[in-house]
Design a protein around this ligand. Structure first.
Ligand code: SF4
Length: 342
């Protein structure tokens, strides 16, 4: 991960001179900047993590290069979304596959036409839908990769809609032929299509996603609406200015708040820039892939978000996420006590 500042700690630790250097780097930084700390002392990592939690910075990456550890700290907190008090498990994310017809330059799970499919599979989706009854799941989000590459996407979505209101995330470009046909049988009151559109005009969207993709996504939006589905527009943007521009575009078209998502690029997957996110920044939204259970859909193939390879019994994987979150909160409370100065 690239950083805005590099601090070469040498043999220094928090007990022997690293802290003033870190503070000096922070004084030059702006919120959101990334500061890398390189050290031969592996013990620095533990103190750094505790210091980050106490100071509301975030440890967003850890790696080892040529025998030295390198930690990356994001300066400052990410802005909290309004609905962080949603019960854990009320949203369930399913990564049905990781291959995609596009190769967007910020894809947080490295999807592309050449990415291995790693399909969750209809049988597992059916079992998840059946076992989710009684676990408090209110919404299921089906994502990938591009879910409409799957021949059985209609059956997958049908299984999900029997368990909870379902949203399928798509780039909107494959809503034709047999894929459109497979949608037709699905309940309009239980299924929403969330279609990606990054900008009011093609230029920026196409720069990130490929030439001609804006126009094809817009066609997909029209088609889904013509079929009577609720459509939510989802934009991934690089700045507040881009977000404001897109919101004005949605306002002009009288798209209601519930039918829009505007979010910043996350520095995950193949993204070269964006907001660096650590697990501690994110309230868990249980996410299931073919490999197991993850903390959050952003980072659904990253080791720091991985919780367990055991999807079933689903109640146990839900418990694993809730316990991990409780441990995280307990850790925060304990730090507040440890660092109490008076
Ligand atoms: S961002 Fe979405 S559409 Fe783009 S490559 Fe990733 S999964 Fe595919």
């Amino acid at each position: 991960m690239k950083a805005d500042f590099e601090v070469y700690a040498g043999a220094k630790t928090f007990a022997s001179g690293l802290l003033p250097e870190l503070i000096a780097a922070l004084r030059c930084a702006r919120p959101g900047d990334l500061i890398a700390i390189l050290s031969g002392e592996a013990s620095v990592g533990v103190d750094l993590e505790a210091w980050c939690r106490f100071t509301h910075n975030s440890l967003v990456d850890t790696s080892v290069e040529a025998g030295r550890s390198r930690w990356v700290v994001r300066y400052g907190e990410v802005s909290k979304s309004a609905d962080t008090d949603r019960p854990i498990g009320s949203r369930l994310w399913l990564y049905t596959n990781f291959d995609c017809n596009l190769r967007c330059d910020y894809c947080c799970v490295r999807s592309s036409p050449t990415a291995p499919r790693r399909a969750l599979g209809l049988d597992r989706v059916r079992q998840i839908a059946a076992e989710s009854a009684g676990l408090g799941v209110r919404e299921i989000f089906v994502t990938g990769g591009e879910p409409f590459l799957l021949a059985d996407i209609g059956e997958i979505l049908n299984a999900c809609t029997t368990a909870a209101a379902t949203t399928v995330l798509t780039n909107g470009m494959l809503l034709a032929g047999r894929r459109l046909e497979s949608l037709r049988a699905l309940p309009r009151d239980r299924l929403t299509l969330q279609i990606s559109l990054d900008s009011p005009t093609p230029e920026r969207h196409d720069r990130h996603r490929g030439t001609g993709t804006w126009a094809r996504a817009w066609n997909g939006i029209d088609r889904a609406r013509a079929e009577g589905f609720r459509v939510r527009l989802a934009a991934t943007v690089s700045s507040d200015a881009e977000a404001d521009e897109f919101r004005r575009f949605l306002d002009e078209r009288q798209i209601r708040e519930a039918d829009r998502v505007v979010r910043r690029i996350a520095l995950r997957g193949v993204a070269a820039e964006g907001i660096a996110l650590a697990r501690a920044d994110l309230v868990p939204e249980i996410t299931i892939t073919a490999e197991g259970v993850y903390w959050h859909p952003v980072g659904a193939e990253d080791a720091d978000m991985f919780l367990t390879p055991n999807i079933f019994p689903l109640a146990e994987s839900f418990s694993a996420v809730r316990h991990a979150f409780e441990r995280e909160n307990e850790h925060r409370r304990r730090l507040a006590t440890i660092f109490n100065c008076a």
